[in-house]
Design a protein around this ligand. Structure first.
Ligand SMILES: O=C(O)CCC(=O)c1ccccc1C(=O)O
Ligand SMILES: [Mg+2]
Length: 401
């Protein structure tokens, strides 16, 4: 008995030592592949800043000797959510990020963020590469991405985001449909002229208890204070980013006068932004999007800061295809993601997704966190190949010569 115990203890110690050794050796990334694909959305998605009808994605793969890490760029085709576009992400990856990663190498995915910190912003470009490196690292260590990030949940709670609809009837049909699927949070997009009326209609039809929130995507200013304060009458879980994309000061002023918690999305690009926003009480909740903050390392830092300060977070979405969804599921398995996120099933936006199996609800309003190494999904390469508009391979040899 004692002998078995001693052997087990030794095995554990040995594993720990191997893990530590791995952290000081290079990850040996020798090739990166970019594939730009255009994927039709089932139906268009409208927000206060505009309408999207197809998903324009860059699939990023990083190769080591025998493993491949994968991620997806979440930038939109136009610079309307933030300053990046699919085109700028490609440019940054091609001319700055990939050459540097291949030339310098990293020992741990954590190093990627630091390596790129001298480059201002371009967070979605940085994130696309960094997330692929995290997936590769997880696969090299035979662990799920969730486990490597320190996730504790086996299942995550999810909600759904509903765009601006043509009329109230269409909106109510959608809300009804998603409530029936069990989604644990209904988020509706609002803008001037489409705010009080749709929220009132939802409350009248479905009652005061359904978990409801509104996302304004920066469509208002403090001149709309009276209207925004009226939102307090709808018992909303929160109102997301009511004011300017680059503001925290006015949000603090508004939060001081509103009962409904404000959640910031567009205004938070880093853990430093989060610290400042919390310090001046510009919000009570933060929406974490891995792409917006430059990758999983920074996303985890924001999560940890918020946890320390008892501020709940949730995982936002950018209409991701399956690879992006998989990364969202992994980060949302961390303990302080206590509010249902925007990561819905693949079928919410796509007739067919680029992963196997597709993301589905394991039970009403829940998605299970994969336990297999890395993101825990296989890639539907056949489908990806059908949708490619551009691709490029980068190798260590060609970069350095
Ligand atoms: O279902 C999703 O992925 C979330 C959709 C969403 O709300 C959104 C989609 C694109 C850009 C910004 C946002 C947002 O959260 O503000
Ligand atoms: Mg938002």
């Amino acid at each position: 008995m004692l002998v078995i115990y001693m052997i087990k203890a030794w095995q554990l110690k040995l594993n720990k030592i191997i893990f530590q050794i791995k952290d000081v050796t290079y990850m040996d990334i020798n090739q990166v592949l970019l594939q730009r694909i255009k994927m039709p959305l089932k139906s268009s998605f409208e927000t206060s800043f505009g309408k999207v009808t197809e998903k324009d994605i860059i699939v990023v793969r990083v190769f080591s000797e025998d493993k491949v890490g994968i991620a997806e760029s979440v930038a939109m085709p136009f610079p309307i959510y933030n300053e990046e576009t699919t085109g700028t992400v490609w440019y940054m990856l091609e001319h700055f990020l990939i050459p540097q990663l291949l030339e310098k190498g990293v020992k741990h995915p954590r190093d990627v963020f630091d390596m790129f910190s001298y480059i201002r912003r371009n967070n979605m470009a940085k994130a696309a590469l960094e997330m692929a490196v995290w997936d590769l690292y997880s696969k090299q260590n035979g662990l799920s991405l969730s486990a490597v990030l320190g996730g504790t949940r086996k299942e995550i709670e999810v909600g759904v985001s509903i765009g601006i609809e043509d009329n109230i009837d269409d909106l109510l049909i959608k809300v009804n449909h998603f409530l029936n699927e069990g989604y644990k949070k209904i988020k509706v997009k609002i803008k001037p002229g489409w705010d009080i009326e749709p929220l009132r209609a939802i409350r009248n039809k479905f009652g005061d208890d359904i978990p409801l929130m509104a996302d304004a995507n920066s469509a208002y200013t403090l001149n709309d204070k009276a209207l925004l304060k009226e939102l307090d009458t709808f018992n909303l879980m929160m109102v997301e980013q009511p004011l300017a994309h680059d503001d925290i000061i006015d949000h603090a002023k508004l939060q001081a006068e509103m009962k409904t918690p404000i959640c910031l999305d567009e205004s938070i690009h880093s853990v430093e932004d989060a610290r400042k926003a919390l310090e001046i009480e510009a919000c009570k909740i933060i929406n974490i999007k891995i792409g917006r903050v430059g990758g999983l390392t920074e996303a985890k830092k924001i999560h940890d800061l918020c946890e320390e300060r008892d501020v709940p977070v949730w995982c936002g979405g950018m209409l991701e295809a399956g690879i992006g969804r998989a990364h969202n599921i992994a980060i949302a398995s961390l303990s302080n993601f206590t509010i249902p996120g925007d990561t819905s099933s693949s079928s919410r936006y796509f007739n067919e997704d680029i992963i196997f199996p597709e993301v589905t609800l394991s039970k009403p309003g829940m998605i299970s966190v994969p336990e297999r190494p890395g993101i825990g999904f296989d890639i539907n390469n056949e489908l990806i190949n059908k949708m490619i508009v551009n691709d490029k391979t980068f190798t260590k040899a060609t970069m350095i010569s």
